[in-house]
Design a protein around this ligand. Structure first.
Ligand code: PLP
Length: 410
């Protein structure tokens, strides 16, 4: 009898290992699943059947790793923020996703998904974007692979993220405005889903966060899990141990957080802090604090925590940061929240902007406003002097300069 063929584990490791990983049916506890219109079933089902198999192919992993190294510039540094650490009396490390090509973590996922789309024989790519980082990352990989690209973006986000709109156009993408609802990320996602329903055969939808119907949250998380894989190796080198005491990341839909937390999920001694946008204040009616204001519901193909009215209409979210301006969180984070594995913190616009400016002045790094939310926890959380706290610096602040300028009257 011939020996069984050994299948390598997919990117991120084997599925369903611990209580916080996705189940075979696509659930994290009670959250997740695939709630999709019939027209999308063949697409989503094809992806569900094939994604782990494709990710396990040695040639796929090799191409993914090569592009992350030579094109994205990975591994991203794990930087010991000395002056911040002195100020807050603890050891603060920043995982520098802002130094990636295109300026944020989003490119890790788009590289993975464009390779997946090619393996599935797709020729056209669509995407949604909020801050424009995912749109730029998608337009970039489409240019790299010579594929058609349409990016949906809310009208309000088009106005507040103008540099990224210009970038997408230069990269050859068509940017289509979403003019319904709050004219932000949620509405752009609705438009992208509508497009996919109309073009089910040749089109792959590159979802930009750990949201959407199964297998998207798991697939995106696995592509982003390179972040925590690198943190482990880098901490071993710098601190002589793989595990920090805390990992901290901001949450829009939750992809940088999912990637930052992934390899620590089963290490219960590592405390997880997820930071969401409280906008003008949790009780102001203008926020995106899903962990406090959300209830179980269905959005964009999955069951998760989302902000809604008593009769189930989605509440319009608000945040100064376009990337956190989303009424839900991905299903993994909903589970981390309700199970108590992660502590959720809500940070207001003002707190985030202050923390962003502080990083500029103490470390010489201009962060994306999304990342500034994660940094703001040092203003309201105490850590011990020997705690190792790793914060995901998910993106750079170039795209947000006009918002910083307006806010501080610079
Ligand atoms: C720099 C940056 N950080 C964070 C986010 C939030 O997205 P996610 O929660 O998927 O990481 C975005 C979204 O556009 C972003 O651009």
């Amino acid at each position: 009898m011939s020996a069984p063929v050994k299948i390598a584990s997919p990117i991120g490791g084997n599925a369903g290992k611990g209580a916080y990983h996705v189940s075979e049916r696509g659930y994290y506890g009670e959250f997740g699943g695939a709630f999709i219109p019939e027209m999308l079933y063949p697409n989503v089902e094809e992806l569900r059947r094939k994604y782990l198999e494709v990710m396990s192919e040695p040639s796929f992993k090799q191409e993914f790793d090569q592009l992350l190294k030579d094109y994205v510039g990975r591994p991203s540094p794990l930087y010991f923020a000395k002056r911040m650490s002195e100020k807050y009396g603890t050891k603060i490390y920043l995982k520098r996703e802002d130094l990636n090509h295109t300026g944020a973590h989003k490119i890790n996922n788009t590289i993975g998904q464009i390779l997946m789309a090619r393996r599935l024989g797709k020729t056209r790519i669509i995407a949604e974007t909020g801050a424009g980082q995912h749109g730029v990352a998608t337009a970039t990989v489409c240019a790299l692979m010579g594929m058609d690209c349409v990016v949906y973006m809310g009208e309000i986000d088009i106005a507040r993220q103008a540099p990224n709109v210009a970038r997408m156009k230069m990269l050859g993408a068509e940017v289509r405005p979403a003019r319904s609802g709050s004219k932000t990320l949620k509405d752009a996602t609705n438009e992208a889903i509508r497009d996919w329903i109309n073009n089910p055969v040749d089109t792959h939808y590159i979802i930009g966060s750990a949201i959407g119907p199964h297998p998207y949250p798991d697939m995106v998380t696995r592509f982003q899990s390179v972040i925590s894989e690198e943190i482990k190796a880098q901490l071993q080198e710098k601190e002589g141990r793989e595990n920090p005491d805390y990992v901290v990341a901001c949450i829009g839909g939750g992809s940088n957080a999912a990637g930052t937390f992934y390899h620590f999920l089963d290490e219960e001694q590592v405390k997880i802090i997820a930071v969401e946008a409280a906008g003008k204040g949790i009780d102001s009616g203008e926020s995106a604090a899903t962990s406090v204001l959300g209830h179980q519901g269905i959005i964009h193909g999955c069951k998760t925590l989302l902000m809604q009215t008593p009769d189930g209409q989605i509440t319009e979210p608000y945040s100064i940061s376009a990337g956190l301006d989303y009424p839900g969180v991905g299903p993994m984070h909903a589970h981390l929240c309700t199970s108590g594995r992660a502590t959720f913190k809500s940070i207001t616009d003002d707190e985030a902007m202050k923390a962003g400016l502080e990083l500029c002045k103490t470390e010489g790094i201009i962060p994306a406003i999304e990342s500034s939310h994660a940094l703001a926890i040092f203003g309201n959380t105490s850590f011990k002097s020997d705690d190792v706290v790793v914060v995901a610096l998910s993106g750079r602040g170039d795209k947000d300069l006009s918002t910083y300028i307006d806010h501080f009257g610079l």
